[in-house]
Design a protein around this ligand. Structure first.
Ligand SMILES: [Zn+2]
Length: 343
């Protein structure tokens, strides 16, 4: 066991040394800039809501979540979706928004608070892709952790951005935004209270599960505001998380508690009780959102549409060739996860 682990770590070390070589190769799946193609036939949905509950990982299932339960009673839910490693917020929110692995976007907690991005990026967000396809659509991102608005979403594509350091007040702001008649085609939310409890008390604590219950209340209010404003008639509602927490509290590494997360989806064409498929990753939220809006996925994205999610819709193959680093590192990471004791 120890020998196997040392071999894996040695291999990883070699791979890490190769990263700059790969990263410097512009021929590796280099996309045209912000290349969402104009789509004349839009999809089944006019509104896609992505509600990110920071730090919940796979643990919705173990908390008292009456809103999650009612919202997704007829939806598709998967609790063991693989995240990006490092299992941190920056890499994972960025992969969901860009549809590529961490080894393509290289966005982490540090640089997302320092470096702004615009539409000249080679790894555009789904906001940028949606903007190209829908020049006049309302697009919005309401977050507690401002790095998402500051360092992930492009500055020059007209996304309505809002930040509030209180989840409760942020939820009020979101409800007021819907009640004022705004009808976003793409709407992203990040709620922070669970991550704070995870850092403070760990993923076996009462405080952690109380915080998931609290976040469930915010999610319910956001959903109800969307419903009462008619946005869910053609709306797809997604709840997810960027990573989980260890028993002691914290994240960033390989354990299942850190590196498995949830994707829950409801909408009029979602398979009732759909479980998605084994290879579903959190970055696939990019494909799910674009598919729902009827926007062609840019060719450089390695996200894919999971099977058993939308009615009469097959899953897509993952284009591993687009992500040579991820194709090599990710299986090693998964082996390490499988060998990492519960922590
Ligand atoms: Zn996080």
């Amino acid at each position: 066991m120890k020998k196997a682990l040392s071999v894996i770590f040695a291999a990883l070390l070699v791979l890490c040394c190769m990263i700059p070589a790969f990263a410097a190769d512009p021929s590796v799946g280099a996309p045209a800039l912000c290349i969402g193609k104009n789509s004349s036939s839009f999809g089944a949905y006019k509104h896609v809501f992505i509600i990110g509950i920071d730090g919940v990982g796979q643990f919705f299932e173990r908390a008292d979540t009456p809103n999650f339960d009612r919202i997704f009673a007829n939806g598709a839910v998967k609790y063991n979706v693989r995240t990006e490693v490092p299992t941190d917020s920056g890499p994972n929110w960025a992969s969901m928004l860009t549809g590529v692995s961490y080894y393509r976007h290289w966005i982490h907690n540090g640089n997302s608070g320092e470096v702004r991005r615009d539409s000249s990026t080679k790894t555009p967000t789904i906001f940028c892709v949606a903007r190209n396809a829908m020049p006049n659509a309302e697009l919005a991102s309401f977050v507690n952790w401002n790095n998402i608005n500051y360092g992930m979403i492009e500055t020059d594509i007209g996304v309505t951005e809002h930040q509030n350091s209180s989840d409760d007040a942020l939820t009020d702001d979101i409800c007021a935004y819907f009640d004022a008649g705004n009808q976003p085609a793409l709407f992203f939310v990040q709620i922070d209270c669970v991550d704070a409890a995870g850092h403070g008390y760990g993923s076996e604590s009462t405080q952690y599960y109380d915080a998931i219950h609290e976040a469930d209340g915010y999610m319910g209010r956001i959903y109800d505001a969307a419903v009462r404003n008619g946005l869910m008639e053609d709306g797809l509602f997604i709840v997810t998380a960027d990573h989980g927490h260890t028993i002691a509290g914290g994240h960033g590494r390989f354990s299942k508690r850190e590196s498995l997360t949830t994707i829950a989806v409801t909408g009029k064409t979602v398979v009732n009780g759909g479980k998605m498929d084994l290879s579903t990753r959190d970055r696939d939220i990019a494909s799910i959102a674009l598919f729902a809006l009827g926007i062609d996925k840019p060719l450089h994205m390695s996200s894919r549409l999971p099977a058993n999610l939308f009615e009469n819709t097959a899953g897509e193959p993952r284009q591993m060739i687009l992500e040579p680093l991820d194709a090599i590192i990710s299986p090693f990471m998964w082996i390490v996860t499988l060998f990492t004791p519960d922590r």
